[in-house]
Design a protein around this ligand. Sequence first.
Ligand code: THG
Length: 291
Amino acid sequence: MSENLTTLLKSKTKTVKIQRDLPTVIIGERINPTGRKAVLEALQAGNFDIVRKDALDQVAAGAAVLDINAGVPGADEPVLIQQIIRNVQEVVDVPLCFDTANPLALAAALSIYEGKALINSVNGEERSLNNVLPLAKEYGAAVIGLCMDDNGIPKTAEARLAVAANIIERAARIGIPIEDIVIDPLAMAMSADSLSGRIALDTIALVVKEFGVNISMGASNISFGMPDRKYINSTFIAMAIRAGLTCPITNPLITEVITAVLAADLSMGHDDYGMRWIKAFRKREKEKAAA
Ligand code: THG
């Protein structure tokens, strides 16, 4: 059993601490045109109103970090990601997570960001390791490492652990400390493979036991193609928190999801006197009364 590591992320004025004996850090997933048609159409039209509203709403709902994805087909991604970052920073002051596979967009994002960002992501492919790790080192950013490599996505938790080990080793070689590596076990759709949830949960447990690193995951992916996704997402995220998930990428606006996270934190002993749970309950009551 290794010790639990601390990952620090920073915005201009705020520091977020990701650690296994602290409450779960929610990374808000909504600023992402690839999964959301309304965001895609607004960004294609040069309209950032939805992005600004998504930033405000997610932070109000409990996101401590925001994922920023600028994947609009045909768009100049380096320019677009900078525009999104500026709009988001005008309305909220939380650390950002740059969700892109394009090294130019990543460099553009890091170059204007004030603080310590989370890069989303590197993986075990040679090309990715060589492109992304030097940028993480140069900008002092933390980085999410996906458990896949040149051979694809491994089918067993043990093989995913081996990919995580390689990413950690390659990062260490260029001077990135292990606490700045956050591992993503890869949550794939259970509609395509009913074992994919189980493999992700087992990978989390193995990686935590071996390295004590923080764990992120796209916790909504698991339910793609299924009806009533919110119940699957909320159950799965609670189980994953027990296994060692510390910073899920998810949608805090979904009541079932945010309450599952808060109840999991309470159940893990990370909510003294249940004060966070009670505060969230009062907020929901107030919103109901206002509606
Ligand atoms: N790991 C890491 N990063 C990731 C993922 C991951 N980034 C992208 C993705 N997976 C996580 N982000 C999302 C964003 C949206 C949705 C799911 C995951 C989503 N969207 C709804 C849909 O497609 O049905 C649309 C919702 C709407 O229109 O409001 O579910 O795994 N490191």
